[in-house]
Structure formats: structure tokens, C-alpha cells
Design a protein around this ligand. Structure first.
Ligand code: WTA
Length: 651
């Protein structure tokens, strides 16, 4: 149960005095952003370098059937020019990216803005040489290496739309995404070292390409030296393509509403959706949130541990920080390799000022003991951040006391792939925090708590319901790639006039927001979004499976684990071998992050008379809460529940 009765932690006077935003400034700016969005965002848009400055600011409608979101619609700019070129005069020799490889072997790289410029321009010219033009899609399937950022920025430079696919996804998942946006080029690497193990990304790409239904070329970054099978005419090495290529490529003038990228994310039904973000509003929103949420200042080394395959990596490793001329650290490995002190060693080595990670990582490290943390110098840290899932107060307090020595404000940032950037978050010099609460809205964000049934707003404090947003903000997704109807149906149909987040929340007596988790069939496993429907469809694709239902189950480290109920085809018998086979099958179909934690064989699933699976009951059984199953009288065969309880796994 959510315990909102937590001690307030106020920023110190010293911190508040030197911060970009203190409490008074927050109140004043927030009020203005809500009452005069055109004035507020029009002014803040000046932080970007426009080719043609916009004369229009906000033109948006949440009206179901006519949802349309446009910001700065007559402005033009180029994202790569904003993230690189404009910094060259003043900070060309400043480090843009610090790259820390998987092995702790001292081969960390410092890439200056000048070097970044040269890499990105060359990369852009290579893409052009391969025939990529403005509006074409490019899939990026890379480990956490600088070339992932170069590739993204190279696309932005020439107006190509990138779609980054997390390197942990399987060949099938990759193929689905390459087909989904008809990508002209897939960028991958020979091998991806992570936690001391190497994934054969090129091999995965080859298997994916067998299922790609259109002509596409493959560009391969040499990372590891693994042998690759290069297909003549289809596959090219980046270093060979770069040979003799000019390191100047003119940035293409893009409209503020031209797409910047597509990023596939899981929903409650069907295949993952291609979330579309555009150029002007997205860049402005990621830049301003990066600066204010982390209180980023010139000279700070900022580190977000996310992967560029997720939105956090897009907004807060690449675009936000680089738009601000920051030094952003990119880490190839995992927090527990070679041991659980790795993050703090990196903090010490590079004097990291802002550290941003997921609660699941904090919980995992907390379990390894404090010595791994305290043996490294963390005095450079000024702000700690979390993202991706609710953080439990125990983990928050450990992060605060042990990692932050009780002196670093913690920003618990609630947001989504769809929102582009932070929505609810403390500002470190302004907002007293409470462990487990994402606190207050960022500028321009109008959160509301809706009654789940009536869809009406719950006024006042001390209320619980559906978290929705009442008006648009610049970083909002614009559409689902190729399917605007799905966009409207997913986010604007259920609660008319609002953006529906899919999350539940509480607003406490201090107006603070507490996220209670998803209210739909989306799981959050170690901060990774996963549709139950995706895991179910992978399971039923196995010849032994007739039916499957998947629910989330509370998990100490991962937040949620994946619990699968599986009915078998006649002629197949339950066995431990089959369980293992099915778990491996899902892993292979989707990727390691989707591997089931529990598989329970079930002769029958609880269904309503109309045949709908009652997940509420399955969730209760999985969580060992079968004493509070609620009403089962509407079930077609109530007795199947007894069998489920008898054979449940998670006791
Ligand atoms: C969850 C990640 C509680 C939430 C940026 C949301 C959170 C989903 C928080 C989006 C937080 C994210 N507290 N829950 N601070 N941040 N979530 O699209 O359920 O991968 O809807 O974006 O993660 O996940 P996504």
C-alpha cells in the first residue's frame, strides 16, 4: 500500500540560493506558464537557434476525433546544429561526451564538441552516400557507444527520421520495427559488450534482415572485432564508408513540426506503437527540463545511466544535454560489472555532478551493501535523479543517505515515452521532496486526477484516481507513426478532453503527486515497459501453447516480475523442461527483458461468460492475495480459480 506519510526533505538554503530556480521563482514561472502558455513558451523558445524564428507558439486540440498538436509551426531549425554547431565557437574544446566502456580498463574517451561535429558530419555524409534523404527512416540498433549518438545526430542533420531499437531486443522485434517504419538503413555493430558478455548484434541483424520485407542496407560499426558475415551490396562497414568522406555536411532546414524520431513503445494492446516526436517543441522541452530539473550548470559532468534505446536515453543522454552544451557521460556497461561499485567509481573518476538512474538499479545496488558505495569519493555529486517506475521509500532513503550523504536533493521524475520529457518532478532548489513522490508539475504541465468511471476531475487534495493532463506541452508526442487514429484512441478516447497517461495517482494534502502504477495492461519490469499482450502473443506462438494470460507480480528488485498462466494444447503435458523451454522461447521472441519469472500451467483461465479473461483475478492469485479476489460470480467457470490457487507459484 502506498504510504504518503513521509518526512519532507527541503533543499538547503545554500543550494536554493545558487540554484537556477528557487521556490518563489518556481511559483511565479509555473503560474505564468499556465496562464500564458504562448508568452511563456515563446520566450523560452529563444534558448534554441532558429533558422526562421516562429511567430506562432501553441496550436493544439485534445478534442477526440480532431486531436492535433502543433508548436512553433512556422519556425524552422536543425536539431544537430542546435546540439553541436552553435557550441563550437565558445566551447569547441569542451568535452561533449565522456564515453566509459564496459571493461574498466582506463580506455574512457573524452569527445569534444569539435570532435563530435566532425564525427556527426562525416556520419551524415555516409548516410547521404547510401541514399538517405530528408524524411527517410533509419533504424539504429547499437550498444551504448558514441556512434549511437553520432548516428542519431547525423539523421537529425540531414532530416532523416531515426528509430532506435534497444540492443537487447531480439531479431524478430528488430525486424518488426524495421518493417514498421520501412527503414532504408539499419545501423548496427559487430558485437555489443555488456557486463563482460558480448551480444552478436550483427548476427541478430542478419536474422532480422531475413524477415525484412523491403530493400534495406546495413551499416556496421566496428566495436568489438567479432567476425561478421558482410552481405555484398547490402552491408557496409562504417569506417570504410567514412574513408575520404568530407567532415562538413550542411544541416537541413527543418520545420518545427517535422518528425525527429520514431520510438516504439508498448501499450496495453497489440504490437508496440511508433511514438512520433517532432523537432522544435521536443528539443526545447528536453533542453529546458534538463537544465532546470538537474540544475545543470556550465562545467558540470552529467550522467544518465539509461540506454539510448529508451526515451530517457534520447531526451536525457543525447538531445537535452547536448542542446544545452553540457558534458554528458555515456556508459556502455551495467552497474554491477565488474562489481557493484562500478557506478561510484565512474562518479569518482569523472567527478559526476548529476546522477540519474532507475529505482530498480538502486534496489539492486542497495542489496550489495554500502561498502561498494562508500569506498569511492562522491563529493562531486550535487543532484540525484530517478526515473521509470515508482521508487519505494526504503530505496529513496538509501539513495539519499548512503549515495548522497544526505546532502543531495533527489529528483523523482515522472514522465513517459509519449511525453518527451519530465512532467512531474521536484526542482532541486525549489521543491521539498517526500520519498516516493514525484511531487509537482513542471512548467506548462496541468495534471488532473480523474474519477476512473465518470471521467470527471477530482478537485482539491487528498484524492486518488487516474492521472491525466489537461492541456498540451511542447514535448508531447504528435501521433503514432502511420496511425493517427490509434493515437487518438489510445490517449484521448477514454477521458474526453484530456491526455490519458495510463497511470493511476494520488494527490496528497500538500498537492503532491504519487504515482500508483499503470491502470492498464502495461507492465513495468526493471523500469522497462512491456505489454502483457506482447508476451502473450509470443507464448501462443509456441506449438505447445493453446492460451496464455500474463500479469505483473510484485518483485523486490525489478518492481514487477512477469507471471504467465499457460494452457497447453492437447497432447502436451506440463513439465519443468517445458517451462524452461517456454521461458527461453519468449526471451528469443522478444528479448531478455521479457523473460518470464513465473510460468504456471493452467488447465483453464478465469473468463467472463463473454469470454474475456479476468486479469484482476489472475493478478491477485499471482500476488498471493487470493483472500481478496473480489466478486467471482460473473465467471463462466468459477472452479478454475481453485485450481489456479492450488498451483500458484509465488508463495
Ligand atoms: C512509469 C520512461 C513512477 C509510469 C520515462 C509511466 C514512473 C511509465 C516514473 C513510462 C516515476 C516513469 N514514478 N512511475 N518517476 N517514471 N514511470 O515510456 O508507469 O518507458 O507510465 O518512459 O513508467 O515508461 P516509459
Amino acid at each position: 500500500m502506498l504510504d504518503t506519510d513521509q518526512k519532507m526533505h527541503a533543499p538547503s538554503d545554500d543550494f536554493a540560493a545558487s540554484a537556477h530556480i528557487d521556490r518563489a521563482r518556481y511559483d511565479e514561472m509555473y503560474a505564468r506558464s499556465i496562464h500564458d502558455p504562448d508568452g511563456f513558451w515563446g520566450e523560452h523558445a529563444k534558448r534554441l537557434d532558429w533558422i526562421k524564428a516562429p511567430t506562432k507558439v501553441k496550436n493544439t486540440s485534445f478534442d477526440y476525433g480532431n486531436v492535433s498538436i502543433k508548436w512553433f509551426e512556422d519556425g524552422t531549425l536543425n536539431v544537430a546544429a542546435n546540439c553541436i554547431d552553435r557550441h563550437l565557437t565558445d566551447r569547441g574544446d569542451q568535452t561533449a561526451i565522456i564515453w566509459v566502456p564496459d571493461e574498466d580498463d582506463g580506455s574512457d574517451q573524452h569527445i569534444t564538441y569539435k570532435q563530435l561535429s566532425s564525427h556527426v558530419n562525416k556520419f551524415a555524409n555516409v548516410l547521404k552516400k547510401m541514399g538517405v534523404e530528408k524524411g527517410d527512416r533509419v533504424v539504429i540498433y547499437l550498444p551504448m557507444i558514441p556512434q549511437a549518438a553520432y548516428a542519431m545526430l547525423a539523421c537529425a542533420r540531414i532530416g532523416a527520421v531515426h528509430s532506435v531499437v534497444f540492443a537487447g531486443f531480439s531479431p524478430d522485434a528488430l525486424a518488426q520495427r524495421v518493417n514498421g517504419c520501412e527503414a532504408k538503413v539499419v545501423i548496427t555493430s559487430d558485437g555489443a559488450p555488456r557486463g563482460g558478455k558480448v551480444t552478436d548484434l550483427k548476427g541478430n541483424t542478419d536474422r532480422a534482415m531475413d524477415k525484412v520485407t523491403h530493400d534495406a542496407q546495413v551499416l556496421v560499426v566496428k566495436r568489438h572485432g567479432q567476425p561478421c558475415n558482410m552481405v555484398e551490396g547490402r552491408d557496409h562497414w562504417l569506417h570504410e564508408m567514412e574513408d575520404g568522406v568530407d567532415d562538413h555536411c550542411d544541416p537541413v532546414e527543418m520545420n518545427a513540426e517535422d518528425p525527429l524520431f520514431v520510438l516504439y513503445t508498448s501499450g496495453s494492446t497489440g504490437a508496440p506503437k511508433g511514438v512520433v516526436h517532432t523537432t522544435g517543441g521536443y528539443l526545447l522541452y528536453t533542453a529546458i527540463t534538463h537544465e532546470y530539473t538537474f540544475d545543470y550548470k556550465d562545467g558540470d559532468v552529467y550522467w544518465c545511466t539509461a540506454d539510448v534505446g529508451w526515451v530517457t536515453g534520447h531526451s536525457y543522454i543525447v538531445y537535452g544535454p547536448l542542446a544545452n552544451g553540457a558534458t554528458t557521460l555515456m556508459f556502455e556497461g551495467v552497474p554491477t560489472y565488474p562489481d557493484a561499485g562500478r557506478c561510484w567509481k565512474i562518479v569518482q573518476d569523472h567527478k559526476v555532478a548529476q546522477f540519474y538512474t532507475a529505482p530498480t538499479a538502486i534496489r539492486a545496488l542497495m542489496g550489495k551493501g554500502d561498502d561498494f558505495v562508500t569506498k569511492y569519493d562522491r563529493s562531486s555529486i550535487k543532484v540525484l535523479g530517478t526515473v521509470g517506475e515508482p521508487i519505494n521509500p526504503e530505496a529513496w532513503n538509501w539513495y539519499d543517505k548512503v549515495v548522497g550523504e544526505g546532502r543531495c536533493p533527489i529528483v523523482d521524475t515522472w514522465w513517459q515515452t509519449e511525453t518527451g520529457g519530465h512532467m512531474l518532478t521536484p526542482l532541486p532548489g525549489a521543491t521539498p521532496t517526500k520519498p516516493g513522490s514525484a511531487t509537482l508539475p513542471f512548467f506548462g504541465i496541468k495534471p488532473v486526477v480523474l474519477d476512473p468511471e465518470a471521467g470527471t476531475e477530482k478537485d482539491g487534495n487528498g484524492v486518488e484516481g487516474i492521472l491525466a493532463i489537461a492541456d498540451s506541452w511542447p514535448g508531447q508526442m504528435r501521433t503514432v507513426y502511420g496511425d493517427h487514429e490509434r493515437f487518438e484512441n489510445t490517449y484521448f478516447q477514454q477521458y474526453k478532453g484530456y491526455y490519458f497517461s495510463g497511470d493511476g495517482c494520488t494527490r496528497d494534502e500538500d498537492s503532491y503527486y504519487w504515482i500508483t502504477g499503470r491502470v492498464d495492461d502495461v507492465l513495468n519490469v526493471s523500469g522497462h515497459r512491456m505489454g502483457t499482450a506482447e508476451v502473450e502473443s509470443a507464448l501462443v506462438a509456441h506449438p505447445a501453447v493453446s492460451e496464455a494470460a500474463v500479469v505483473g507480480v510484485p518483485h523486490d528488485v525489478k518492481g514487477q516480475g512477469i507471471y504467465c498462466y499457460v494452457s497447453l494444447m492437447a497432447g502436451h503435458d506440463p513439465s519443468d523442461d517445458l517451462k524452461k523451454e517456454l521461458a527461453d522461447w519468449v526471451r528469443k521472441e522478444i528479448g531478455p527483458i521479457a523473460k518470464p519469472d513465473f510460468i504456471q500451467f493452467a488447465p483453464g483461465l478465469p473468463k467472463t461468460r463473454s469470454g474475456k479473461i479476468m486479469r484482476r483475478i489472475l493478478r491477485k492469485v499471482a500476488a498471493n492475495e487470493h483472500d481478496s479476489l473480489g466478486d467471482t460470480s460473473t465467471l463462466a467457470e468459477p472452479e478454475v480459480v481453485d485450481d489456479l490457487i492450488e498451483h500458484r507459484l509465488n508463495r
